[in-house]
Design a protein around this ligand. Structure first.
Ligand code: AMP
Ligand code: GLY
Length: 445
């Protein structure tokens, strides 16, 4: 029997809870989250509500429960060092990197400088500035006016702004860079790349990677990749583990970069990276480039990938902690997956908070993962849920093709009565063709 403590209350953590409970070993699941996730609640034997940055409360709950290990889902507690805290105070290990190695996600300057120092391929032209001297010349002369400015404070604050989209000219770029500098002591500026983004995630035990199929997320709120950025409106993966617009060597290059990053982090910090290594890449006319690293499962990527596991997820977590992930062949179910999020109307800028929806239970093929919803009432026929303003429910379809998986996911969205929005184009044939064509044109240019 395994006792496992899971931290976090989103759809990603609902998928993690399911993967843990589906183990062939008997699992007692304990949950700690900022709000009650109805899906996790059903799967756990005790559920504690509290802030994920209240390490004392989490440590006290862990003392009570005495789990074999902890699984930490969200980025904030990982970046703030919850893994370190539980190790020091409870002598308890977490499936999550320690704070020093989670800098891969929490500091964009750390990651860019690491890539430069260890000569890791896929590095865009970049510079870290600590004051405004030379920014204007760098934007104009080195980057030819095509630039991205990245706020590098711990809390993600001002985010990432791109020339052409958010920053009309060099002056606007300099002004935003100065705003970032006023807030924290550095800003990362890099060349603006053109291509298709994809995520390549892997479990990491410090030395070995267990690499999942590639996934593509859709960050923009509306169909056709229009509108404001969100946490991710939906994702798809293909049955062959690749994506329709990728060539075989793109995936190999991304895998190789992840492997080199893993090694460099250990050399640089003296600490092995254990947990989930999430490479955010863009394939461009010049090959694969790194956009960012995260130190956790993606949301929604986790819902695609955990559904493709053939190996036992509890055993994989134990292998992350034991350092023997290489004993698994990392083979996955040969199916395509599509995950689509239902969100409140007005999301992300003016979401209708507190709106009530009904989700029919019925017999439809989509899998359901709850996110920002409170359960008001449950009958044999439906759930009555209140949406709290963020992404509400994720639906996952699986099938022989992406189109089939998409149709399955959409059967779930059709079961909601109430004021929701969602993207209907995730994984659609027309969009996939447009992405393939875009990459063909770029590669031939
Ligand atoms: P990040 O927080 O670094 O992932 O950036 C957020 C988003 O900004 C990414 O998902 C990309 O769409 C975009 N982005 C970041 N860096 C670049 C870059 N160098 N070139 C083009 N787009 C970028
Ligand atoms: N799907 C994007 C993220 O989890 O960061």
């Amino acid at each position: 029997m395994r006792k496992i403590l899971l931290i976090g209350n989103g759809a990603r953590e609902h998928a993690l809870a399911e993967a843990l409970i589906n183990s062939k070993h008997q699992v007692e699941l304990y949950a700690f989250g900022q709000a009650i996730n109805p899906g996790i609640k059903q799967l756990s034997i005790q559920y504690k509500v509290g802030s994920s940055s209240d390490f004392e409360a989490i440590s006290a709950f862990a003392s009570e429960v005495s789990p074999d290990f902890v699984v930490i889902g969200p980025d904030d507690p990982i970046g703030q060092g919850l893994g370190d805290f539980l190790l020091q105070h409870n002598n308890l290990r977490s499936v999550a990197p320690l704070k020093i190695t989670a800098q891969l996600e929490t500091s964009k300057a750390f990651t860019r400088e690491l890539m430069a120092k260890y000569q890791i391929p896929g590095l865009p032209k970049f510079k870290v500035f600590h004051n405004a001297d030379g920014i204007s010349a760098f934007l104009a002369d080195e980057l030819g006016g095509n630039f991205v400015i990245k706020y590098d404070g711990l809390l993600g604050g001002k985010g990432v702004k791109l020339s052409g989209e958010h920053l009309p000219d060099i002056n606007a770029g300099v002004a935003f860079a100065e705003e970032c500098l006023a807030d924290c002591d550095r800003v990362v500026i890099e060349e603006k790349l053109v291509g298709q983004e994809f995520s390549l995630l892997a479990l990491a035990d410090g030395e070995n990677l267990y690499t999942f199929p590639a996934v593509q997320d859709h960050k923009r709120a509306y169909n056709g990749d229009e509108g404001p950025n969100t946490g991710g409106m939906g994702t798809y993966s293909d049955s062959d583990g690749s994506l329709p617009f990728l060539e075989a060597n793109d995936l190999q290059d991304a895998r190789q970069i992840n492997q080199q990053i893993l090694k460099a982090v250990k050399t640089e910090t003296g600490t092995p990276f254990t947990g989930v290594l999430y490479g955010g890449f863009m394939v461009t006319s010049n090959g694969v480039r790194v956009i960012e690293y995260n130190a956790r499962f993606g949301d929604p990527e986790a819902m695609n990938l955990l559904n493709l596991l053939k190996d036992d997820f509890v055993e994989l977590c134990e292998a992350i902690l034991a350092g023997d992930l290489n004993k698994f062949p990392a083979e996955f179910t040969k199916q395509a997956t599509v995950c689509v999020y239902a969100v409140p109307k007005g999301y992300p800028e003016n979401p209708q908070k507190g709106a009530i929806i009904k989700l029919n239970k019925g017999d439809y093929p989509a899998k359901v993962y709850f996110a920002s919803v409170n359960l008001l009432n449950e009958t044999d026929a439906y759930y009555e849920l209140e949406m709290s303003g963020s992404r509400a429910i994720a639906f996952v379809g699986m099938g022989a093709t992406i189109e089939e998986a998409r149709e399955q996911a959409l059967t779930g969205l059709g079961q909601i009565e109430g004021p929701i929005e969602y993207r209907t184009d995730i994984g659609s044939g027309a969009i996939l063709q447009a992405k393939i064509k875009m990459m063909q044109n770029l590669r031939n240019s």
